[in-house]
Design a protein around this ligand. Sequence first.
Ligand SMILES: O=C(O)CCC(=O)C(=O)O
Ligand SMILES: [Fe+2]
Length: 369
Amino acid sequence: MAAKAPQNSQSSNEASFTNNIPVPKTKMFVKSLAESPDLISIPSSYASMTGTPNTENQELSEEPEVKFPTIDFSLLTSGNPDQRSKVVDELAKACEEWGFFMVINHEVPERLMEAVIDGCREFFDLSDEDKLEFEGKHLLDPIRCGTSFNTTQEKVFYWRDYVKTFVHPQFFFPHTPQGFSEIAREYSKRTREVFLGIVEGISESLGLKAHGIYKTLNLESGIQIFMSNLYPPCPQPELAQGLPPHSDHGFLTFLTQNGVDGLQIQHNGKWINVSPIPNSFLVNTGDQLEILSNGKYKSLIHRVVLHRNKSRISLSIANGPSLDTVVTPAPELTVCQRPAYAGIKYKDFLELQQSNNLYGKSVLDRVRI
Ligand SMILES: O=C(O)CCC(=O)C(=O)O
Ligand SMILES: [Fe+2]
């Protein structure tokens, strides 16, 4: 059945979004595969050749109670300089030692967080034909929906469907399910406010002016990508992967989920399961922060493992520079140290990341000096 042309809330003919890298026809959505009545094992095209996710070259941490860094957003914005400077120090430590933190007391209403996840679920529940309307034709099309990560490049597919849309500087969104777009618009806006507050704190933590990063990365027209992932129940979770180990291309990613865990982060050479504090954001550092901080704040390597009987939905909001910003190490940080990364336009970085395999820090490695 032929897919109809994508329809979005606004025009998709923005010059900054058009490129010529075509998107292949989506393989079957993994949700439909997972719902096949007789499925007792995964097709070989989903079986990881590098071993099971949990035994792959690194062990799972055996620490029973991991104390993840937690940032109280209300203390960062309270106007009390002592409280703020304490949180700035905590941000420095979290970014340097973990590349990961949970944000609590962020003022995004819990019911909005629940409503947006419900919207994601309703979207994934649409028929394959309805979802294919949003498949997208080119890699940087503002709305794209599909499965795995990049099925033209992958020998092994990931047990994951996704919908991905650009929500800043211009808001694009599927017109269905009804009401989803409005909820997503509000959620994206509120999340961006928290992101901008955290960016000021990170700016200060690097010894830059509070607005330094905002100006350098042109965040006024910074990219915000709304990406929801569905990981359906998998009959052989020990063989398939939700997402392989990778870092995120942007500056900071804000993640929430439907109450089902599955995210693992790499810390001190071990994998750690992340179980979020309710109503918190899981925030991780991305490649543009690693470049800007000249390697002081490394981007976090993370991956997703699957469940036999549970369906997981996550929503990651990737926040990055404007597409035409050339990101380099901050000049203030290369006075005593040589720059460790060459400058690269964010749009080029994004295109490289989207058109290749998702693995490790493959794109960042290309700009290391
Ligand atoms: O689903 C998750 O927990 C992580 C998703 C992720 O890594 C991504 O969207 O880049
Ligand atoms: Fe990620």
